[in-house]
Design a protein around this ligand. Sequence first.
Ligand code: AMP
Length: 196
Amino acid sequence: MSPDPERRSQLFLIFGGPGAGKGTQASLLSQSLGIPHISSGELLREHQRRDTQNVMSSGELLPDDLVTGVVMARLEQSDAAQGAILDGFPRTVAQARALDAWLDQRGGGICAAFYLDVPPDELVARIVNRREISHRGDDNAAVAERRVTIFNREMPPILEHYAAHGQLYRIDGAQSVDRIHKQITEALASPAGPDR
Ligand code: AMP
């Protein structure tokens, strides 16, 4: 299938451990760029299947096929025709490959990937603190530690993948929300591109 020029999807990826601020930054960037914020976690929480909910409450990752199918279906919707901010996807190398294949088929591309770097202890503390407002079953200390462990296991090759393509920006995620958003928008405006 040849790429459809009407559907050149420009994607922005936000990476970071659980509690790193991906959702907040993805939402701010979505407002700045006028393209939708697509969170795989949110899409999966809407997926009311009991087996899905059980895996999510344990902090483990869901199968690549399921997650990829749900995210791609969302990317196919008309409001994402020009592009989207992806938060929480891809989370495995298989998902990154599936996204590359989808973009090859569509004729779109990844404009930039931002990694919000926050130390593991700080991630767990943030998740425990946000529990009162998030009301998420997986926002507790034990599951948070498991989610951080999985993140540390899965993320390095994905970060390397996007760094090798010159698309990765590493951002100090311990800074204020405003400061991080400013760094992201400045990086996008700069012709220099990320450090390799
Ligand atoms: P999040 O809202 O991004 O913290 O995701 C919450 C949970 O949803 C994760 O702990 C996983 O169980 C599941 N999940 C979200 N995104 C993915 C993904 N890309 N791959 C596999 N599981 C995911």
